[in-house]
Design a protein around this ligand. Structure first.
Ligand SMILES: [Ca+2]
Length: 265
C-alpha cells in the first residue's frame, strides 16, 4: 500500500496545471454510459468453486443501471478537481509503469482509475449521482441468467479479458478494449483489467443466509469485496462468481470500480 503524500507548493502548481489539461479534454466527452439491467431472478454463486461461492442460490433484483465501463482516469480527474485533496489516488511510482497522480491521468486518460480506497470509490459514485453496485448487482451484470463462469460464457479464453495470461497489456488497458469479453448485457471488462469495489462487507458464509430479494450484504465486517479480478490475476481468479475480501483502506494498482444507480424507467 502506498501512503498519500502531502503536496508541496511546486507539486500543487504542477497538479493544478495537469488536472486543468485533463479536465479541458473531458469537457467534450460523454457522461458515463449506463446500461439498464431489468428486474428478474438469476443464479448467484456456483457449485465447485471456493467455499464462499457456495451454495448457488436464486436472487431476484429490482431493475438497476450500471456503467458500461470501469471509471477512467479522465473521469476521476474531474472529481479530484472538484474535491481537492480529499480523494487523490495513491502515488504508484514504484509499481510497474503507473507513475504518480495527476501525471497518470494525463498520460493514460482512458485507462481505469486505480489506487483508490473503498471510501474514495463510494464518494465518487455519490458525486456522480450513483452508488457502488451491490455484490449481487455486480454478479448479475457480469454473468446474466445462464450460469456463465465468465461474462462471455464457460470457455476459458484468455484473449477475451485483460488478465495475467494475456500479453497485449502488461498492466491496465483502456476500458472497453476487449469487445469479445462483454457480458450478456454488453458491459465491458467485468473479467479482468481492474478488480472492482462493490458496496458489500465481506462474509464467507453470507450465501447460506442471504435474503433472496435484493441482498444488501452483511451489516458489518472488516473487509469489503472486490470482484472480477484484474490485470495481475489469473483468468480463474477473474471468474464472475469469485469473491475477494480486502481492507477498505487498500489503494492498490489492480483495484478500480464502476457506478450503479436505481433504474429510472
Ligand atoms: Ca474489471
Amino acid at each position: 500500500m502506498t501512503r498519500r503524500r502531502a503536496a508541496r507548493p511546486i507539486a500543487r502548481v504542477f497538479a493544478a496545471a495537469a488536472v486543468a489539461v485533463v479536465a479541458a479534454a473531458c469537457l467534450a466527452e460523454e457522461p458515463p454510459e449506463w446500461v439498464r439491467v431489468p428486474a428478474d431472478a438469476f443464479t448467484m454463486g456456483v457449485h465447485g468453486g471456493s467455499p464462499d461461492e457456495q451454495p448457488p442460490h436464486s436472487v431476484t433484483l429490482a431493475a438497476y443501471a450500471i456503467t458500461r465501463y470501469e471509471v477512467t482516469n479522465a473521469e476521476y480527474a474531474e472529481f479530484c478537481e472538484a474535491t481537492g485533496d480529499a480523494h487523490v489516488p495513491a502515488d504508484l511510482q514504484g509499481v510497474r509503469d503507473f507513475g504518480g497522480w495527476p501525471a497518470r491521468a494525463a498520460s493514460r486518460p482512458a485507462h481505469p482509475v486505480v489506487g483508490i480506497s473503498w471510501e474514495d470509490a463510494s464518494a465518487y459514485c455519490r458525486w456522480r449521482g450513483g452508488r457502488l453496485p451491490t455484490e449481487a448487482e455486480w454478479e448479475k451484470a457480469a454473468r446474466g441468467h445462464t450460469g456463465r463462469l465468465w461474462p462471455w460464457g464457460t470457455e476459458q479464453d484468455p484473449t477475451r479479458a485483460n488478465t495475467s495470461g494475456e500479453d497485449a497489456h502488461p498492466t491496465t488497458a483502456p476500458v472497453g478494449s476487449y469487445e469479445a469479453g462483454r457480458s450478456p448485457y454488453g458491459i465491458h471488462d467485468m473479467a479482468g483489467n481492474v478488480a472492482e469495489w462493490v458496496a458489500d462487507w465481506y462474509s464467507d458464509s453470507y450465501y447460506a443466509r442471504s435474503p433472496s430479494t435484493d441482498p444488501p450484504g452483511p451489516e458489518a465486517g472488516q473487509r469489503r469485496i472486490v470482484r472480477g479480478g484484474g490485470w495481475s490475476d489469473s483468468l480463474m481468479v477473474s471468474r464472475s462468481t469469485r469473491r475477494l475480501g480486502v481492507p477498505p483502506s487498500m489503494r492498490a494498482a489492480f483495484i478500480g470500480f464502476r457506478i450503479a444507480r436505481p433504474a429510472t424507467d
